[in-house]
Design a protein around this ligand. Structure first.
Ligand code: A2P
Length: 273
């Protein structure tokens, strides 16, 4: 089981969890129950992944107490109003089979629609009713977060694409300044060859670990919450097994040298993630 970070509302967010994109319902049910059996307590899904029903099935199959888990979902941009968020919550909670959600996130700000603050206000209203336990945004830039903060709400979490090649240093500094936890999606740099980088391979060898473990350790050791996805039992286990070794300052610095330029910033939920 991963260590946790405590959020403002008192909820304990595990530093390492399971991402579920792009699993379908059947794969999600199988992977989620397997992951929970392996020790995962944080599960991340989204309306847009179309697998919330499977995630819920996996939770029930695992037999674990609901209170032991930290379940995260996100809603699409068509729900960016206080009433819309309420309806989105009702649909997600019905599909998941849960009466509350630990962390609900706005999936994409879609700032051109101009409702990215209202969307967060919708989550805050659900939190007041005890239906969600923490307020999240995803893919919000500092300028979007500042607008939310100016409206009187500080999100607990902002989830962004982040890995050693896209370290998002300015965004993280903004989050830290405001006490917002940074969550990393695609923490392994999916498809970019990060796990085969010679620099990462060398550090992995030095610790007797896999490159995925080194990269995930890079996230959690710096206070980021990572949510890698894997459907392979042995990878699920190794991705969680990163809390008994430490990267040196020099190794962290070496990993920062992999930075390959800014991540492509996309504002639309037409993309899978
Ligand atoms: P698979 O599901 O076949 O294990 P990200 O979360 O950064 O998007 O990365 C997910 C990708 O990384 C998936 O393709 C997943 O493949 C792969 N992956 C997850 N864990 C590991 C690991 N420990 N070693 C190698 N590849 C991994």
């Amino acid at each position: 089981v991963a260590p946790t970070v405590q959020l403002r509302g008192g909820a304990h967010l595990p530093l390492l969890g399971l991402g579920t994109w792009p699993l379908d319902d059947d794969q999600a049910a199988e992977t989620v129950s397997l992951a929970i059996g392996t020790g995962y307590r944080l599960i991340d899904t989204a309306e847009n992944y179309r697998n919330e029903k499977g995630v819920g099935e996996g939770i029930r199959r695992s037999g674990i107490d609901r209170e032991e888990l930290f379940i995260t979902t996100k809603f699409n941009s068509e729900h960016h109003s206080v009433d819309g968020v309420r309806r989105a919550f009702e649909t997600s909670s019905r599909l998941l089979g849960l009466d509350y959600i630990d962390l609900l996130l706005v999936h994409w700000p879609n700032p051109e629609q101009g409702h990215h603050v209202e969307a967060v206000q919708g989550i805050a209203a659900l939190m007041e009713q005890g239906l969600v336990r923490a307020i999240g945004t995803s893919n919000y830039k500092p300028s979007h977060l500042q607008q939310v903060i100016d409206a009187g709400i500080v999100p607990d979490v902002n989830q962004i694409q982040l890995d050693p090649q896209r370290p998002r240093i300015e965004e993280r500094a903004f989050h830290n300044e405001h006490g917002i936890v940074t969550q990393s999606w695609s923490p392994l740099g999916q498809g970019s060859g990060l796990l085969d980088e010679p620099g990462v391979v060398a550090i992995a060898k030095a610790h007797g670990r896999t490159t995925a473990q080194v990269v995930l350790r890079w996230h959690v050791q710096q206070g980021m919450v990572a949510i890698p996805k894997s459907s392979h039992p042995e990878r699920l286990a190794q991705n969680l097994d990163i809390f008994d070794f430490e990267l040196s300052g020099a190794e962290l610095a070496q990993l920062y040298m992999l930075e390959s330029g800014e991540a492509e910033i996309v504002d639309s939920d037409q993309f899978g993630h």
